[in-house]
Write a protein that binds this ligand. Structure first.
Ligand code: ZN
Ligand code: ZN
Length: 327
């Protein structure tokens, strides 16, 4: 099979021919239909998030069809469309797993990080960590659901009881969540990279009541804020934009240092918290709500071989929506 392989951080991915992997016990082999390109992939490729092993096949937003079943896998027919996200496996026994926080399992395996992912024609996944996906939609439109959607939704759940929300960084996650938030009657303010008029227009098109530069003040105080841009300066800014009792959620896995800030920004019982990974329950909840909205991902499709160009587009910030690779 063809795969785009990360051999060394800081170097472009290499197109290679790899042997077709065989599913072990509890695993499925998926023929990849599409795989999303996530900011996390870029952080891994650039070494900001050092990979636990090399060489590595990136990609944790995989839409595929079951091509082979490992021993003991039941209830998943050959040919079924399944999705794989960042959470590739957990121990199932530690205190985090037992109390519904499998996202924090110290033994957790992550797709396209500890396990090979979907920048390839085929990939292996633990069957219990794959999700059924709807048939009627194109694979490239579903791929962003599997990280931008799933982990974004976990972040959104932390502010779901609020009415006035700010989204900081208007990329793959924000453009999907804005649709869910609008569907649930929220007033959403979108903050974009200063001067990015295209992103502002896109946010307004999708139903943001206001879109402005991330340096601008919102017209009303926020009740909740979600930060998806990996920019530490946005933390004091979002706290300043948020009313007492507000919640600021950091949705990324990597962020530049957070600058020192006066205590008064946090005082007033504001909550500042991160979101790490996701649970399968988050995934199921998002996959239940997404088709009802319905969530439509704006995608830019790249052939598998052009994964480096897709990563470069992500670094440059010029993408509208999400980048997706198609083998
Ligand atoms: Zn565990
Ligand atoms: Zn991701």
């Amino acid at each position: 099979m063809r795969a785009m392989v990360l051999r060394r951080v800081g170097e472009p991915l290499a197109l290679e021919d790899l042997p077709l992997p065989r599913p072990g016990p509890g695993e499925v082999l998926l023929k990849v239909e599409a795989c999303g390109v996530c900011r996390t992939d870029q952080h891994i490729a650039d070494g900001e998030l050092p990979p636990p092993r090399l060489p590595l096949v990136l990609g944790h937003q995989v839409v595929g069809r079951v091509a082979a079943l490992g021993e003991g896998v039941e209830g998943i027919p050959l040919g079924a469309r399944r999705g794989v996200g960042w959470l590739g496996g957990t121990c199932g026994a530690c205190k985090f797993c037992r109390r519904g926080q499998e996202n924090l399992c110290p033994e957790a395996e992550f797709t396209g990080y500890g396990r090979d992912g979907g920048y390839a024609e085929y990939t292996l996944a633990r069957a219990a960590f794959t999700y059924p996906l709807p048939e009627g939609l194109p694979a490239e439109g579903l791929a962003p659901w599997l990280c931008a959607g799933l982990i974004g939704y976990r972040a959104y759940r932390m502010v779901r009881d609020r009415e006035v929300l700010g989204l900081y960084g208007f990329g793959a996650a924000a453009h999907l969540l804005l649709q869910v938030a609008r569907h649930e009657g929220k007033r959403v303010y979108a903050f974009v990279r200063p001067g990015d008029e295209a992103a502002k227009a896109f946010a307004r098109e999708l139903g943001a009541v206001w879109a402005g530069d991330s340096t601008e003040d919102p017209p009303e105080p926020l009740e909740g804020a979600l930060i998806f841009a990996p920019v530490g300066e946005l933390v004091p800014k979002a706290l300043a934009d948020t009313e007492p009792g507000g919640v600021v959620v950091l949705g990324g896995i990597h962020m530049s240092p957070i600058p020192p800030m006066p205590y008064r920004l946090l005082w007033g019982e504001r909550t500042l918290r991160s979101v790490a990974n996701l649970t399968r329950e988050d995934a199921q909840a998002f996959l239940e709500v997404a088709p009802k909205v319905p969530v439509r991902a704006e995608v830019e499709v790249f052939p598998l071989e052009e994964a480096n160009r897709a990563l470069e587009a992500l670094r440059g910030g010029g993408l509208r929506g999400a980048a997706v690779l198609v083998p």
